[in-house]
Design a binder for this molecule. Structure first.
Ligand code: NAP
Length: 269
């Protein structure tokens, strides 16, 4: 049996074990995925444990992503400019390679909704870890312009610098964008909206990284305007799809992962 794991703190409410184990089972794979609550500052020790225990894959979440980037033997392109790792892959020679599947998972979720970000003018609201991964992946996917709108200007400037096509934006950029992305935590388990709804336009695609609730106030407002909407569960599922592809060499079924995640969210309501 192969064992894959998640390290983070807290991890008790993570959907990742349900998502990964459902996909392993559906593919008839003799793998199991478990979550470990690892204290802040102990990511390096957890990576050493991964080597010692022979874990076949590791997911890394808050607060360990930056420390994991320093503790791996090398970084893949997806993690290099971010210096942030959410996936560790043990190579046959024992080397641990750090990847970031968050941003590419977000782009995959757009593509699955029929939205190709290449050439689009994008406004990303937020400048935290998730926003940075999204900005980086959108730029690598050919977005024409990525305007970063954030409450704290200095963090917005730093996040915009992640990508060549990134720049600091204003609320005017939200109104003018073809794709609007909420990468703040605003709307998580509340009915708050990160930008005034009157900035949204019918021709826009509006994506939210928040997935609790699945239909956030932002997505409801966007839907009422006639926008195409993309919820945050797509990113969660597709970053996990990429993780399993890296660990096993085969692409799991995103529909299986999504179904179990939706069931789990429903159970928690
Ligand atoms: P983070 O690093 O803590 O960043 C939070 C961001 O939200 C910052 O830009 C912060 O602005 C902004 N913010 C927080 N409260 C705000 C408020 N009241 N008004 C305006 N801006 C506010 O968090 P993160 O890791 O990037 O995660 C952000 C969200 O994405 C979370 O809800 C998380 O659950 C979600 N997420 C989803 C996925 C997925 O797979 N769907 C993956 C990762 C994260 P300041 O800079 O001004 O503080």
């Amino acid at each position: 049996m192969n064992v894959a794991a998640l390290i983070g703190s807290p991890v008790a409410h993570s959907l990742s074990p349900a998502i990964h184990n459902a996909a392993f089972a559906a593919a008839g794979r003799d793998w199991v995925y478990v979550a470990f609550d690892v204290a802040p500052g102990r990511a390096g020790a957890a990576l050493e444990a991964m080597r010692t225990l022979g874990l076949a894959g590791l997911s890394v979440t808050t607060p360990h992503k930056e420390q994991a980037a320093s503790a791996v033997d090398s970084l893949a392109e997806s993690a290099e400019s971010l210096r942030s790792v959410n996936t560790v892959v043990p190579e046959p020679d024992g080397q641990l390679v750090g990847h970031s599947t968050d941003g590419d998972g977000f782009v995959d979720s757009l593509m699955a909704a029929g939205v190709d970000p290449a050439g689009l003018r994008v406004a990303v609201i937020g400048a935290g870890a998730a926003a940075r991964s999204v900005i980086d992946a959108l730029a690598r996917s050919g977005a024409a312009d990525v305007a970063v709108v954030n409450r704290t200007p200095s963090r917005g400037t730093a996040a915009a610098a992640v990508a060549l096509t990134g720049r600091v934006g204003t609320l005017d950029d939200v109104a003018g964008a073809e794709l609007v992305v909420n990468a703040t935590s605003v709307g998580m388990e509340t009915s708050e909206i990160p930008v005034p709804a009157d900035l949204l336009r019918a021709h826009q695609v509006v994506a939210d990284l928040v997935y609790q609730p699945l239909r956030t106030a932002l997505l409801r407002a966007a839907g009422e305007k006639g926008c195409i909407t993309v919820d945050g569960l797509g990113m969660l599922v597709h970053q996990a799809v990429r993780q399993q592809l890296l660990w096993t060499g085969e692409r799991p079924d995103p529909a299986v992962m999504r179904a179990v995640a939706e069931e789990e969210l429903e159970r928690r309501r």
